[in-house]
Design a protein around this ligand. Sequence first.
Ligand code: C2E
Ligand code: CA
Ligand code: CA
Length: 791
Amino acid sequence: MRIHSLRSRIALVFVLLMLAVQAAVFVVISTVIASNAHRNVEDQLSVGERVFQEVLHSNAGKLTQAASVVAADFGFRAAVASHDQTTVTSALQNHGDRINADVVMLVGLDGKLIADSRGPTHAGEPFAFPGLIRKAEHSGDASTIGVINGRPYQLVAVPVKAPLVIAWVTMGFAIDDALARETRGLTSLDVSFLGKPDGKHWTVLATSLEHTAREPLQASIAAAPADPRASPFDLIDDYGTRVVLLASDGEPVVAILQRSLKEAMAPYHRLQTTLFILTLIGVAVSIGGSVFTARSVTRPIGALTRFSQRIGQGDYSEPIEVSHRDEIGELAAAFNQMRDGIAERETRIMDLAYQDRLTGLPNRALFNDRLQQAIVVALRLGHPLSAMMMDLDRFKYVNDTLGHHIGDLLLDEVGKRLRANLLRASDTVARLGGDEFAILLPTDNVDAAKIVAARLLKALETPIVVEGQVVDVGASIGIVSCPENGRDMHTLLRRADVAMYTAKRANTGFAIYDERDDQHSAERLSLMSELRHAVEHDELTLHYQPKVDLATRAVKYVEALVRWEHPTRGFIAPDQFIPFAEQTGYIKSISRWVAEKAIRQCAQWHALGLDLKVSINVSARDLMHAELPETLDALLRKYEVDPGSLWIEITESAIMDDPNHAIATLDQLHRLGIRLSIDDFGTGYSSLSYLKRMPVHELKIDRSFVMGMADDKDDETIVRSTINLGHNMGLKVVAEGVEDAATLEHLKTLRCDLAQGYHVSRPLPPDKLESWLVTWHDQSEAQLREADAPV
Ligand code: C2E
Ligand code: CA
Ligand code: CA
């Protein structure tokens, strides 16, 4: 038990209080006992004094009686009158002996002794106590205490009358040890008689005390003050004392009555011992009681302390038990309330910190946390882990056209569908922000992740209805797995992002991370610097692919397609570096290079008299840059080319990424007089309402449909309906990817306007194109002639 602990302090206070109370009780009771004993002694002394006086009185009576008998005796009176000394003396002797008187004297009227029982030699001496005689003259008889030859006596005087007083009979008892002992027998008090035989110091003349007690008495009275009544109790230690001043003539005589306090107290001692034992028991019980009380007060405090320490460590699992119905119980109940409050608030704070408010899904912070943990576990246990990054296609479009409110509801619904399609509780779907979601599959490898991705995409295929609006969203998912694609969170997330963009660009729904798509991979870095080098050192060239008019076979349009003749790697197809250039933003430089080259070529052809209109491909990134119209305008002016000779091909998905922005740029291009063509039509999700708002002149049916139309009924239907759609909107329709004559003929019957494809011509360098044009022209003439020739 620590000394400063509450428990020991409470115990200490109780113990001290109890000790004080017990001590006070003990002292009070002891005092009462002592004063009782003293009062008892005092009472005994008072009674003893009265008895002692009574003894003296009765002795005086006895003496007076005997003296009166002598004085009244006729023969004696006659002997006194006749001075018959012998008779007088024997009569006195006889009467004295009868009562055992110690002295008998006859005193003459002259105050001198006539006879004395002590011997005839004293006759003629003056009587030592004339006061006694005077008192007797007054009242007939008298008694006193007097000292004769150093010994005290009780004396009486009675007149001898014949009939006048002729002498005085004096009779006395010695006040000696016998008297003292007799008095003790009556009173239970010790009696001592003191006097000053030398006239100065008190001396014990007679006493009932044993020999051993005499000495201390003598010692203490030697120092006593002249008046012995001044401080009677101080006189003798250990005794209750009463001092009686005896009537005396001449020398003073004092009787001291003593009661031994020790003896008087003896009966009380047992009581005191009992009291002392009871006090000890009381103290012991109170110590035990206070320790117990202190413990029972502090034990619940200890429990509360441990409880609050647990709360401090964030453990809210169990409430504290409330068993007391007192203040401690109230405190415990308050602690429990506090625990509930803290736990609730902490959960709320955690929710706020780790939950996406819109969808209720985990947010980025929580996702990162879980991914981090999952990586540690996966690496330790050696099992695979997959993560996905998902981005909604056309979300911006929904948000812009239908409003943020619908956008929010859409995200919420998407979140629900994703969650519903994850089968395992350990899988996490989180919203990272905007239209970006992430999925963690802590125990799946790539193959399992692919299946999950396909399922998630399928779940989003069913159009979502929000507030009566049917919204059709797709998504692109990038998949990474650990440890194949990285062993830390940041690498994995970044690579999932890369894969996601690959999926988006390729329109494949999901894509697995491939280092070749990653601009940060070593290969890509070197490719980047090589591409830059290529642009700066004219390693790029443009090939041109003609679009032939299906009705007239005339060739008025060509599409410029970029080619990279790498000094060491050889020919690199645009599909291998254009997407990469788009990712890195370097596409801007390439587009500028292509535009300049194509416009200059166009100007050259015009100079040669070739009326060719050139299409260039523009990527989504270009559309986002406001400078595109300006750049093109400047180039057209520089080479003095009519803007009507320049066509821009933009893919459907590039427009739908951010339709409003795209339309603004396209409007600007249109105002400059540049023509617009929608490339890869049919692969994206163009909304007709957008198409109508755009200043478009041409639709290019994606080559996948054209190439498949011979075998696939659906492709043929798409081609047919696209042609009709284009015509209805007043647009020219181009079919690209025409690889055979049959397709060409078919397109012709479908009234498609233009055809482009290997069957007509591969993309060619300008000089080759020029000679091709000549050949084509000649062939066309020949065919026409054949057709015109009469059968
Ligand atoms: P695209 O704009 O759809 O270009 C048409 C592609 O189809 C060209 O591939 C062309 O060679 C190919 N093609 C033409 N006829 C046929 C055919 O009968 N059968 C088949 N199988 N293919 C045919 P290329 O030149 O490899 O270009 C691929 C893509 O690269 C282009 O697709 C375009 O999106 C992009 N691209 C090419 N040059 C440029 C450029 O200068 N700038 C930009 N931004 N993109 C370019
Ligand atoms: Ca094109
Ligand atoms: Ca195309």
